[in-house]
Design a protein around this ligand. Sequence first.
Ligand code: PLP
Length: 392
Amino acid sequence: MSKIVYADNAATTQVSDRVLQKMLPWFSSHYGNPSSIYGIGREGRAALEEARGQVAQALHCDPSEVYFTACGTESDNWAIKGMAKTLAAKGKRHIITTAIEHHAVLHTCKALEKEGFSVTYLPVDQYGLVTPEQVEEAITPETALVTIMFANNEIGTIEPVARIGEVCRRKGVPFHTDAVQAVGHVPVDVQEMNIDLLSLSAHKFHGPKGVGALYIRRGIPFPATLMEGGGQERGRRAGTENVAGIVGLGEALTEALEDLPEKTARVTAMRDRLIRELTKLPKVRLNGHPSLRLPGNCNLSFEGVEGESLLLLLDARDICASSGSACTSGSLDPSHVLLAIGLPHEVAHGSLRLSIGDMTTDSDIDRIIEAVPQVVERLRAMSPVWEKIKDN
Ligand code: PLP
């Protein structure tokens, strides 16, 4: 079997060797509980604090503002429910978000709606962008929180987070951003960008799965606890810490940000080659913003093609990618993100997300550029509608 071409880095990434090596002792010889007072416990505590410092350095905040969680989803839930419930006590029961958030945010907002909160889902333009002006207009005296993603997981569009943060700060409304796809890939600075809460997840930047973090700006009104129990994470998120995972998260973030401009330039060049070559096919469109997009994201819609079939045929050639339909939820509905940017259902169904990264090679790109046109042509030859689509 040929080596696989992994083009699904937005779903998850491979743990880097450096990260794995740094994690290993924490599964074996360094097994102490960080809450214990003897030597091997204190070592665990020190490792957690080193990782906290690494995250703080990456985000430009104080280590005391970083809380470790079990994943990006948990961070999003904690930020949104925590803020909503705290401010509801002051009569603020309105949340602003966008129509293209990850389900970790959308489903959390839906759950709050059932509890009586009102939620504004801001529409986005054809590229998936929301404007600071839209946010400003939507803010009311009842607004408890604005939660808008840093970069979209499907189409890669990077939102004007700093300008949205500026609006929220001026209006006195807390601002949370789901930066799960952005952290480790583009510069993030919670001070400059006026971010009050930020979610991140290690497995999106060559760290392990099942560990994330939430940045909570000191001084914002936020409830003390997510989990009651032994008082870990300064009493806010109890539960014995995932020491190996947290060590891996810290190291992965430090590694990701080393030589970031060089890595970004290399990944962007590969992504642009993919886009250039694959958009030479007839009846194909690029989804997402042409330039304000994540370095590794290429999302295309091929008319007359079923996204799931495309994935299966690519899988048969050892190419791992992802499509625009919500297969994870077992539904055949096309993605809410592609519909929100205005794609008709049938076009959204023929979407392919190729997400590359700094472990991708030029020969991986060659393999994709060779395979995708052949697979698309084969599917179109079998399609009952292609003849019609082709001619108009
Ligand atoms: N938010 C975004 C934008 C994501 O892309 C993801 C994962 O795909 C999540 C949240 C959830 O993160 P996790 O898988 O760590 O729960």
